[in-house]
Design a protein around this ligand. Sequence first.
Ligand code: APR
Length: 278
Amino acid sequence: IDENVPPEILESRTLDAVAKYIKDGHISDIVVFVGAGISTSAGIPDFRTPGKGLYDTLRVKGLPRNEAIFDLAFFKENPDPFYSLAKTLYPGSRRPTITHSFLHLLHLKGCLLKVFSQNIDSLEQEAGLPREKMIYAHGNFLTQRCIECFTEYPDDEMREKVEKEEVPRCNSCNAFVKPDIVFFGEKLPMEFLDNMYLGHRAQLAIVMGTSLQVQPFASLPQELPEGMPRLLINMFQVGDLGTRADDVLLLGTCDDGVRQLASSLGWLEELEELWAKT
Ligand code: APR
């Protein structure tokens, strides 16, 4: 056990210890890793919750298996299933959750290093986080381009096509247009690959709303240096969280968890006000 972790974290391993660690100014940089579980209360289903996740519930005709909806080879043959789902995920159609507002509050408090998000709904930015505080590991819907000639496609035309569940075609070569979200079979954004270990500079890691099933994102929390407390806020234990003496597990919904942490920090009223403005 690394001696530079304050004893109160090791002894009590509770949320209050983490909050004290933040309040005492030990922490200027928090790195956060999030997944679909932070957006489910915004009405966006996650992927793997049995019976509710997209991979269980998608009933789109023409899909050989539900994961194919994000498969590049399948999209090139048949983009219709993706565009029948895109409307649900497209920015502007959902209100951020209080968990997204908590990320914004961490930034306003000056202790957010970076949010690594697997989500493509950009609700973190809609909650107020500046773009430079985000690393989108799996891309997002904020931009789109042709899958053949890579010409960018206009945002307003894209929004219209998504609304009507129509497949946008490139204005230059007429091939299909795809949002800049990472499909299975595509390379990951350079912004993510170049910054994967940025979190090693943090003094605290928070992991929220992810099953940690998809590599290389899934390995990031376990590769954080020993001695950095890691707080998991998730319905269930995931990854190697909980195996280190200074890990703290807060099992339950993200929205309840961030309210509890905010309350321990004395920030709950401020958080509720911030969220009320989204
Ligand atoms: N509060 C807390 N945890 C929740 C909540 C909630 N309200 N809702 C869901 N969860 C948990 C689930 O129990 C699960 O552990 O969040 C996790 C969501 O896991 P997944 O559905 O696998 O989503 P995610 O981890 O983001 O998936 C990663 O898979 O298909 C790819 O690219 C896709 O980015 C996605 C990646």
